[in-house]
Design a protein around this ligand. Structure first.
Ligand code: DC
Length: 219
């Protein structure tokens, strides 16, 4: 099986790129952030503070997380419910970054991620894919762009989903999330030593795809 890891901060364009590449290559796209978001949603719905590890951990085994690929789209199921429509709010974004600090929660999700990669050719995006989840991935990309460019993209993407958070708030939340994701001690957001670093601030999605396909021809 072949694995491609795409890591980077929030709003770097990882999912747009990974989805396009997966459909062109016939690989399965796996969005690991959606898994952290689903766990966060569970705690939020049950009134449990996503910063309170001691309150969260006793429930971890009761959270049934399932990932299904339906017509090429990843759907997250929580206790049997399709929750794709509920995991992109600003509250869940910050909650996901909070729950992602907790090693026990990470290990539960990493197990699912590794299983998916063992059975399929995958393009997996996240924060720790190249460094921790799939250290032997055939190709690792660390995608970044300036915070302003990333916040602008997320702001525009939110608008299409009917989420009207002001740009300044999107930027502030994104910087806070990147800081927490980079500074946690277990599997932080970090480029793997053997990752290809790619700043796509001024690159189109098409240019980025062409560049990565060029790298794939060499593996
Ligand atoms: O990619 P995203 O914005 O949907 O991810 C939401 C949060 O989940 C992100 O702020 C950090 C966490 N996350 C993580 O810690 N490790 C991953 N592999 C993916 C996401």
């Amino acid at each position: 099986m072949i694995s491609i890891a795409i890591d980077g901060p929030a709003g770097a364009g990882k999912s747009t790129l990974a989805k396009a590449l997966a459909s062109q290559l016939g690989y399965i796209y796996i969005d690991t952030g959606a898994m952290y978001r689903t766990v966060a949603l569970w705690y939020i719905r049950h009134g449990i503070d996503t910063k309170d590890k001691d309150a969260m951990l006793p429930h971890l085994d009761n959270i049934a997380i399932d990932v299904k690929n339906i017509d090429g789209v990843q759907h997250m199921f929580m206790d049997g419910e399709d929750v794709n429509g509920f995991i992109r709010t600003p509250e869940v974004s910050m909650g996901a970054s909070n729950v992602a600090v907790v090693p026990e929660i990470r290990l539960k999700l990493v197990e699912i991620q590794r299983q998916l990669a063992s059975r399929n050719n995958v393009i997996m995006d996240g924060r720790d894919i190249g460094t921790y989840v799939l250290p032997n991935a055939e190709l690792k990309i660390f995608l970044s762009a300036t915070p302003e460019a990333r916040a602008k993209r997320r702001f525009l993407e939110n608008e299409t989903k009917g989420i009207f958070t002001p740009y300044e708030e999107v930027l502030t939340d994104m910087i806070a999330r990147d800081k927490q994701d980079s500074e946690r001690s277990f599997a932080p957001l970090k480029a793997a030593d053997d990752a290809v670093m790619l700043d796509n601030t001024t690159m189109s999605v098409e240019d980025t795809i062409v560049f990565i396909k060029g790298l794939l021809e060499k593996i």
